[in-house]
Design a binder for this molecule. Structure first.
Ligand code: IVH
Length: 700
């Protein structure tokens, strides 16, 4: 046998075992035997490097992408799904489907589990001998453009690197096609990852979805390969169009081609059967080994799908039935205290770890001292913890059978981070650390300043902030939920206040970890750009108590009439409490806070320094006549193309108001993907609901 034949035979055998192990969950050989075959192949390839191919099982882990991930347009938008939360909403959807089709036309539904992961698009192209090769893996991104995470996708063992001509033929799939599906982290892998993080003193991930999202975007394929991810395929496209005539046929073809397809699906003919499927899925939920958050119901026929079409953000031919929030009972072991930007101390419940809906919950917020009183909770009590979707778990109830020896929760007299005494002002609920240079406060200030809704400095994330402050790095990936206070100072701080950001140099940035020339350059440009932010953003960035976005905008608008740009800022700094109170919507408490802030010499110096550093403080009087005048909008869920921030700016610049909660006064609720309770409230109150397309239409 020639070396070439030997190598190819080994690859075939290994692929077969990988398929059995990772796709079928039914290995035929021991791990050690698999390893031996793999080592044999590695040795042969090392001796014959000219024979190495990209789809060899030895080539799953490649080099790291140097500077982040490239952005690539999707062949057709990766849309989201509308949600149904109960039987009524589900039936209403089915009625809409039937109404849109011809009378008496039969509809088949395919029920699939709604895997709680993130969607990926995999592109395959022609290989040699009629086979297909994995060419590209993209994240959903904003739905239109995704990130090229191919190097990481290649490490997922249930993603075939190549598909033989024979398999393609059997499945009825051409050489060039696109597969879409969900990448998930199995619960076991998630637990292992968190255990390792804990052992290394790193923060843990909140849930498997965050862990999967963080992992797929890690710039270290090695790490991705160690963390087991799974990919379940559910769509098959060619040039952005559905390839086959039905969803069930698609799933069958994907399976025949060697993709992992979720086996808990079913083809059904009536909404009654759909309901039965949902009931079954709910009972299976805890035994699956991976998280699901509902059931996706799809109209089977591609032709019917085409006739049903899409609303702005979601297909009419599919819907996501979402399971209700999950709760668990556990014991309160202790209470820790976090220090926020304004010095506010937030009590955090340390719980005996409890598995709720696929996630180990060991922390929950207790908000403030009043909440603790309201709940009547003490250390040692048994508590009911609830967690829904992404929200931080919260304690909703305390078991009335208090165990013996429970202890009162005592607020600390000194800041847990800097050790200075904490104070609680008269009439206030919160205790605060008032030390302006408390390291915890400075870190939160910078995070706030750089954030999207404030100065919008892209690239200045938590990890970088910590590094700039000379504190131990927090969490390099997205999805971190733990608010661990950074460990003691490890290196010299490059930044001591927000103003220092504006004197950072390339050389300084390059001394930091995980930042290359290109991202340093982008960051410097982002920082530079932020100098030209409008006055209201700068005001917001200063972190004056009680001054949120709306107040900052009102102030900027009002003082714009007192002078140009920096003059407007100066007029504001010098304004008396009475003057401030005369501003529309500003009351005595807010006026006092603003006045107090600008009485502080340090704060005035900071503003002057920002001026010297070239801040433009652009203040414009708002145009009054506009199409959304007098209307109030509430945004909920993720919109398909607009960031929430942009939608808000667009509405406001058209004269509309944006509010955080739905009431009878709300004119429209703009709902996106995963819209939750606000949408329910809107339906309850009969408030009109529109999608992004509807909003854009109104804005002309
Ligand atoms: S179909 C346009 N099928 O749920 C159709 N999605 O809430 C969209 N998901 O973005 C996808 N399991 O990430 C589909 N069996 C399944 C799914 C599924 C999970 C996710 C997917 C999608 C989100 C929508």
């Amino acid at each position: 046998m020639s070396v070439e034949t030997k190598i190819e035979a080994l690859r075939e055998t290994l692929r077969h075992h990988e398929y059995l192990y990772y796709v079928e969950d039914a290995p035929e050989v021991e791990d050690a035997d698999y390893d031996a075959l793999m080592n044999e192949l590695k040795a042969l390839e090392a001796a014959h490097p000219e024979l190495v191919t990209t789809d060899s099982p030895t080539q799953r882990v490649g080099g790291r992408p140097k500077e982040g991930f490239a952005k690539v347009a999707h062949s057709r938008p990766m849309l989201s799904l509308d949600n149904a939360y109960n039987e009524t909403e589900l039936r209403a959807w089915s009625d809409r489907v039937h109404a849109a089709l011809r009378e008496g036309e039969t509809v088949e539904f395919v029920c699939e589990l709604k895997l709680d992961g993130l969607s990926l698009a995999l592109h395959y192209g022609p290989g040699t001998d009629g086979s297909s090769l994995l060419q590209r893996g993209l994240t959903r991104g904003d739905g239109t453009t995704g990130e090229d995470v191919t190097t990481n996708v290649r490490t997922i063992r249930s993603v075939p690197l190549s598909i033989s001509a024979a398999k393609l033929k059997k499945a009825g799939i051409p050489q060039a096609f696109e597969v879409r599906g969900e990448v998930v982290m199995p619960q076991k892998a998630f637990q292992k990852m968190n255990e390792e993080a804990l052992a290394a003193g790193l923060p843990v991930k909140a849930n498997p979805r965050n862990a999967a999202a963080g992992t797929i975007r890690t710039l270290e394929p090695n790490i991705v390969a160690q963390r087991r991810l799974d990919f379940y395929a559910y769509f098959l496209l060619q040039n952005g169009e559905m390839l086959l005539t039905g969803q069930q046929e698609t799933l069958d073809a994907l399976k025949a081609a060697g993709f992992r397809v979720n086996l808990h699906g079913a083809s059904v003919k009536s909404i009654e059967e759909v309901l039965a499927f949902i009931a079954g899925a709910e009972t299976q939920r805890d035994t699956l080994g991976y998280e699901i958050d509902g059931v996706v119901i799809k109209v089977n026929s591609t032709a019917q799908q085409a006739r049903l079409g899409f609303t702005g953000k979601a297909p009419r031919w599919a819907i996501a039935y979402k399971f209700p929030a999950r709760a668990g009972l556990t014991q309160l072991k202790d209470v820790g205290f976090q220090v926020g930007r304004t010095g506010k101390l937030t009590p955090v419940a340390r719980l005996a770890p409890v598995f709720i809906g696929g996630t180990t919950v060991s922390n929950a917020t207790l908000h403030n001292a009043d909440e603790i009183l309201r709940l009547g909770v003490k250390i040692g009590d048994w508590v009911q913890v609830e967690r829904g979707g992404d929200v931080i778990p919260k304690i909703v109830k305390v078991d009335e059978n208090h165990p013996r020896g429970t202890q009162e929760i005592v607020f600390p007299t000194h800041c847990p981070v800097c050790g200075e005494p904490v104070v609680r002002e008269e009439g206030e609920v919160d205790w605060r650390c008032v030390n302006a240079s408390c390291p915890a406060r400075l870190r939160e200030e910078l995070r706030h300043f750089a954030s999207r809704g404030v100065m919008n400095i892209e690239g200045l994330g938590d990890a970088l902030v910590a590094q700039l402050l000379g504190q131990a790095e927090i969490e390099p990936e997205e999805g971190a939920e733990e608010e661990t206070v950074a460990a003691p100072v490890k290196r010299e701080a490059l930044v001591h206040s927000v103003a220092d950001l504006y004197t950072l140099t390339m050389d300084q940035l390059l001394t930091l970890e995980r930042i290359g020339q290109k991202s340093a350059q982008t960051l410097l440009e982002e920082i530079e750009k932020s100098r030209r932010n409008p006055l209201w953003r700068v005001l917001l960035g200063l972190g004056i108590r009680h001054v949120g976005e709306r107040t900052a905008q009102l102030l900027a608008e009002e003082f714009a009439s007192r002078g140009q740009d920096y003059e407007a800022m100066q007029a504001l700094m010098d304004a008396s409490e009475e003057e401030l109170q005369r501003v529309n919507e500003i009351g005595p408490i807010v006026a006092a806070a603003i006045h107090e802030f600008f009485r502080g010499e340090k704060n005035r110096q900071l503003v002057e320094r920002l001026h010297e550093l070239g801040f433009s403080f652009t203040a414009e009087k708002r145009q009054k006549t506009s199409q959304l005048e007098g209307m109030t909008f509430v945004l909920t869920g993720t919109l398909p193309t607009l960031k929430r921030e942009d939608a808000k700016t667009m509405i406001e610049s058209a004269g509309g108001k944006v509010s955080g909660s739905v009431s009878k006064k709300t004119t429209y609720v703009v709902a996106g993907e995963e819209a939750g309770s606000k949408l329910d409230k809107a339906n309850e109150l009969g408030v009109k609901v529109i999608d992004e397309a509807g909003l854009l239409q109104m804005l002309g």
